[in-house]
Design a protein around this ligand. Structure first.
Ligand SMILES: N[C@@H](CCC(=O)N[C@@H](CS)C(=O)NCC(=O)O)C(=O)O
Length: 318
């Protein structure tokens, strides 16, 4: 049973009445700004991220760190692949002692310490301000934007991934991709009624068909150069054939059946530093073994060939 914090106490999440999966809105939405007067000023070494290699929203943030050259500017605590009765478990083996970051067992303890009366979901990604112990943000889109735009004086490299001239187009693409695809796979997979499933899966494939047409014309979503919206779509595509098709019943087509999306997945996956952000066995273990309400025996299916299986499939190590 999924859990959430209610007045600071971990409790079962109430089920939705109509069988539709609802992702609760992020509550922490403060902003890191460049310049001295800010409550949360941009600075190398000041902020900490709690991330999961399995979670697509975290993957987008991880990709932003890579593209902006910020891997050493922000410290990170990673989650274990499989979640528990108490939600996300902190990876103890990979835990790096960091000033201002107590060694917790579960992610919910971070929320309890920073906001003792918090009511809401216990989610990754989470951005922490180490000096104050406050949670800056739990919204991946905002975290990506902050890393992209506020860290210029704090070590970020490269051009913005949300350039002025493309903002309108990126916003249009975000509307086409975020709800129907990135979130749509979850709405299909966690639907508790046929109507809710049908609605989600129809919107999902309508959107994928549209994106396929965009990518027949363009190398990346917004043109010849990669932008932030690519960093949001890519994690969903990486997980699509190896996980979503079976686990979330999104089986009308695979990404492998779309020539332009397949080409894009391979090209983007081949960019410097991108492959290192993908741990397919970890991703597959997470989905198939954490969501026992839709996969009670926790069996990890053999999975298809995908551009990333050869480096990391459990089949390669069996
Ligand atoms: N709005 C958030 C959503 C994050 C989110 O839902 N993360 C999932 C992992 S993929 C999570 O932690 N779920 C745990 C839960 O809802 O209890 C974002 O984009 O940052």
């Amino acid at each position: 049973m999924p859990r959430m914090l209610i007045n600071g106490i971990l409790r079962d999440k109430p089920a939705s009445a109509d069988g539709r999966f609802q992702r609760l809105p992020s509550v922490f939405r403060s902003w890191i700004e460049a310049g001295p007067g800010a409550t949360f000023p941009a600075a190398s070494g000041r902020y900490h991220l709690y991330l999961s290699k399995a979670c697509p929203w975290c993957h987008s943030v991880d990709l932003m760190l890579t593209f902006k050259g910020l891997r050493n500017a922000v410290s990170i605590t990673w989650m274990d692949p499989v979640t528990s009765e108490n939600g996300w478990i902190i990876d103890q083996q990979g835990f790096v002692e960091t000033a201002g970051v107590p060694r917790d067992r579960y992610l919910f303890e971070v929320y309890q310490r920073a906001a003792p009366d918090f009511t809401g979901p216990v989610t990754v990604p989470l951005l922490l301000d180490k000096p104050s112990g406050r949670i800056v943000s739990t919204e991946s889109a905002d975290i990506m934007r902050m890393l992209d735009t506020s860290f210029g004086e704090a070590g970020a490299t490269g051009p913005t991934l949300y350039p002025c001239v493309l903002q309108e187009e990126i916003d249009r693409l975000t509307g086409m991709i975020h709800t129907p695809i990135c979130n749509g796979v979850y709405r299909a997979g966690f639907a508790a009624s046929q109507t809710a499933y049908n609605e989600a899966v129809t919107q999902l494939f309508d959107a994928l068909n549209k994106v396929e047409m965009v990518l027949e014309q363009r190398r990346y979503l917004a043109g010849e150069a990669i932008t932030g919206i690519d960093l949001r779509l890519f994690p969903a595509l990486v997980r699509f054939d190896p996980v979503y098709v079976t686990h979330f019943k999104t089986d009308r087509k695979r990404i492998a059946d779309y020539p332009a999306l397949s080409r894009y997945l391979r090209d983007t996956g081949g960019l410097p530093g991108v492959r290192e952000t993908i741990d397919l066995p970890h991703i597959r273990a997470h989905y198939f073994q954490s969501h026992r309400h839709i996969n009670p025996a926790g069996i990890i299916p053999i999975g298809p060939d995908s551009p990333f299986t050869e480096i990391s499939s459990p089949r390669g190590t069996a």
